[in-house]
Design a protein around this ligand. Structure first.
Ligand code: ATP
Ligand code: TPS
Ligand code: MG
Ligand code: MG
Ligand code: MG
Length: 296
């Protein structure tokens, strides 16, 4: 079974109304927001990555989903698999640092031991008075994204041994959840989500959840100077950036010609119909074979 097939099958189980049909980044129970993300050695991080960075990434990936709902973190529940003492101790130190820096204290969790690949999980709880959904975009809305796209994908190549700048490696190992930006945006957007699996696949998910079509101008996608110096600026490098994932930027829909209250780039728009299309210099472009990361 693929990830998408499994989640589709879960939709046939008894679902709480706050799950929004498992078509949002998080569950909404009153003003409380619940989200969970897991990370697995060899899948989400490399065995040689520093344990403190693994802890950071586990918390940050979850808080990114809270950011997309405009939430303030309340606390986190940790699911931890013990392995080697050195890793476990360094993870603990890194988690303490991450909880303090990101203002998210522990509520509890569970601990097991495994001899297999390390699998870690975290459930983050937040509070948001007016959480936007992933599925609220309407035909005529513009599509916007914060920051730059593709840095973490390049950082993974650097973590695997390519020469490259520390800033790209840091984007991969220490993503920054955009909590303040999410809170500033929440009351203005018609839809919001974070970019975890890749800009193209996540934009397609926002359009699907909203019952709209979305189109993206590939040339408008913001790339950092560090990335273009590292990977060039070609159609292929732009497509690689837009499908790499691990960006943890905020993707949002905004009505008409409104300007967002935080720094962001307009990259496309929503229309009637269904599906994702991309274009460059006014001409339609073929979609790449893979739109982003999928656990298939
Ligand atoms: N095993 C599961 N059990 C219950 N719900 C699930 C499960 N896996 C995914 N979901 C739900 O499916 C929806 C989509 O999940 P998904 O993991 O794609 O969201 P995300 O956390 O925003 O993305 P990412 O995992 O890339 O960070 C969410 O509502 C999530 O709670
Ligand atoms: C070693 C290594 N190989 C590949 C990747 C890329 N990657 C893995 S999972 C994922 C999407 C988010 O995960 P999920 O959807 O499970 O929350 C991405 C972009 C990585 N981070 N580390
Ligand atoms: Mg998300
Ligand atoms: Mg997830
Ligand atoms: Mg997530």
């Amino acid at each position: 079974m693929t990830e998408a097939e499994f989640i589709a099958a879960l939709r046939g189980l008894p679902l709480h109304p706050g799950a929004h049909g498992l078509a949002d980044d998080a569950a909404h129970l009153g003003d409380l927001i619940f989200t969970k993300d897991m990370i697995v050695e060899g899948v989400h991080y490399l065995p040689g990555d520093p344990p403190g960075d693994v802890a950071w990434k586990l918390l940050a990936a979850n808080l990114s989903d809270l950011a997309a709902k405009g939430a303030v973190p309340v606390g986190a529940l940790l699911g931890y698999a013990l392995g080697h003492d050195d890793f476990d101790r360094a993870f603990l130190a890194g988690l303490g640092e991450a909880c303090a820096a990101l203002d998210c204290p522990l509520l509890g969790g569970d601990t097991v031991r495994t001899s297999g690949p390390r699998t870690l999980s975290l459930t983050a709880i937040g509070r948001s008075a007016a959480a936007p959904l992933r599925g609220g975009a309407r035909a005529g809305d513009a599509l916007w994204v914060t920051g730059s796209i593709g840095d973490a994908g390049a950082g993974l190549a650097i973590a695997r041994g390519r020469e490259g700048p520390a800033a790209l490696l840091a984007a991969y190992r220490r993503p920054q959840p955009l909590l303040a930006e999410g809170r500033a945006l929440a009351a203005h957007v018609s839809a919001m989500m974070d970019v975890s699996d890749g800009l193209l696949i996540d934009a397609a998910r926002m359009a699907d959840a909203s019952g709209c079509a979305v189109s993206i101008d590939l040339a408008a996608v913001p790339l950092s100077a560090a990335l273009t110096a590292f990977a060039g600026d070609t159609r292929a490098s732009r497509l690689a950036a837009c499908t790499a994932g691990d960006d943890y930027q905020l993707l949002f829909a905004l009505a008409g010609d409104r300007a967002p209250p935080v720094a962001a780039t307009r990259i496309g728009g929503f229309a009637g119909g269904r599906g994702l299309s991309i274009h460059g210099a006014g001409a339609p472009l073929p979609l790449p074979a893979s739109l982003g990361w999928l656990h298939d």
